[in-house]
Design a protein around this ligand. Structure first.
Ligand code: SF4
Length: 276
């Protein structure tokens, strides 16, 4: 099945492809919903999704000016209260004053489109731009894992490629970009990644190669191959379809937030065009 001409490559679907090409095919290309839990116990997974989503919403509201005490009064869940207290006591340090929460950037790339929704971009025009990503998963990934993740690569790349509109229409240089992962359970130990021109060129080449590979697999008409790393199957809803077992992994072992059903798909008309 060829890629639709309006296909959007995001960190989620590119990471799916890196973890397992078949998952990319089933989820991003065929959009196949499969009735299975991503992790267990299901009730805990659902609570984690809801709690993570509420925490992100509270942070968004705080950035747009709602007093933190008002937000604190609204939260009854003890996990949320703890995370909120952690945020108030140890927020990310030294962020530029201009803040853009829940901000989407996109750019044409390799005949398709790259897209990312950022938790927060904090910018000092002409000087520096900081990406903040709020993490609420119970298990913190190693720095080396985060460095390899598509999110770390794509977010910094896209901010440079498409972020000029936030920077008084001046290009953002890779050396001006920083990415911070802030962990709700470990607020004093954020993971910080800088960026540079050499990395930007390398990621550019990697993304081109990856998208070409996906395109030629799609055009071949053959099914995408299943991953040989079966640990990826533990948190994949397609387990039974692929014959990789029926037992989901425990949500407490997840390094990423469990996902709601619908993968990121953004209606570009809703967010308008950005000059590149
Ligand atoms: S169950 Fe395993 S092989 Fe099947 S799509 Fe998921 S990760 Fe890939």
């Amino acid at each position: 099945m060829p890629l639709p001409v309006d296909f959007q490559f995001s960190q989620n679907n590119l990471q799916d492809y890196l973890d397992c090409a078949r998952r990319f095919e089933l989820r991003a290309l065929r959009r196949l919903a499969w009735p299975a839990a991503q992790s267990e116990p299901v009730i805990e997974q659902e609570r984690a999704i809801e709690r993570g989503s509420r925490f992100h919403h509270m942070l968004h509201q705080a950035v747009i000016g709602i007093p933190p005490t008002t937000l604190a009064e609204q939260c009854e869940d003890p996990f949320l209260q703890l995370w909120w207290q952690n945020y108030l006591t140890h927020p990310p340090q030294d962020l530029p004053k201009q803040r853009h929460p829940e901000f989407t950037l996109h750019a044409p790339f390799a005949g398709f489109r790259l897209i990312a929704k950022f938790d927060l971009i904090a910018i000092e025009p002409g000087q520096r731009a900081v990406i903040v990503d709020w993490k609420t998963a119970p298990h913190r990934p190693a720095r080396s894992t985060l460095a390899r993740r598509m999110q770390t690569r794509l977010y910094r790349f896209l901010l440079v490629e498409a972020g000029a509109s936030l920077n008084q229409n001046m290009p953002i240089h890779p050396e001006q970009v920083q990415m911070i992962y802030w962990f709700a359970n470990e607020p004093t130990a954020p993971e910080i990644f800088s960026y540079n021109e050499a990395e930007h060129k390398q990621i550019n080449a990697e993304l081109h190669q990856l998208i070409q590979e996906i395109q030629s697999l799609s055009n071949s008409g053959q099914p995408f191959p299943l991953t040989t790393h079966e640990k990826h199957c533990a948190f994949c809803t397609y387990r039974s379809l692929c014959g990789r077992g029926i037992q989901a992994g425990n949500w407490q072992d997840m390094e990423d937030e469990p996902e709601a059903e619908t993968p990121l798909q953004i209606d570009l008309e809703q967010i308008g065009e950005i000059a590149f």
